[in-house]
Design a protein around this ligand. Structure first.
Ligand code: CA
Ligand code: CA
Ligand code: CA
Length: 130
């Protein structure tokens, strides 16, 4: 019994690592599932950026075509992916959390009912969850 469990775990680990090595198909799938557009101002205005992966610190993420960081500057978003995007007020997925449902948008992060009341210009990290 004990031995069989060990074998099963070994197979599971092998499966995960071969998935990682295979790369392309899994990556493409992840990109399709994770697609969060963020904007500098309300109503999807100003500069924008596209987030497609977990990111623990927005300090080195920039508005498209600029050298200006998106950190503490996101005011609206469109989540066009299949995964929920949880944005955090602090780096490393800490602080207040704002849950952006899959296929949802928010034109003004200042007034929210089911999330932190004011999440304007505070997001500093994002994690995608199914
Ligand atoms: Ca970053
Ligand atoms: Ca802003
Ligand atoms: Ca912040």
């Amino acid at each position: 019994m004990k031995h069989r469990f060990g074998t099963a775990a070994g197979v599971a680990v092998l499966g995960i690592s071969s998935l990682l090595v295979a790369g392309a198909p899994a990556d493409a799938q992840a990109r399709a599932a994770r697609s969060l557009y963020v904007y500098e101002h309300d109503d999807y205005k100003g500069r924008s950026a596209h987030l497609t992966a977990n990111d623990s610190n927005f300090v080195n993420n920039y508005w498209s075509g600029t050298g200006a960081s998106i950190n503490d500057n996101i005011s609206s978003f469109k989540n066009q992916g299949d995964q929920r995007a949880v944005m955090y007020s602090d780096a490393n997925y800490t602080g207040a959390a704002y849950s952006a449902l899959a296929h949802s948008s928010d034109s003004d992060l200042t007034h929210n009912s089911h999330n932190p009341a004011n999440f304007d210009n505070v997001a500093s990290s994002v994690r995608f969850v199914i």
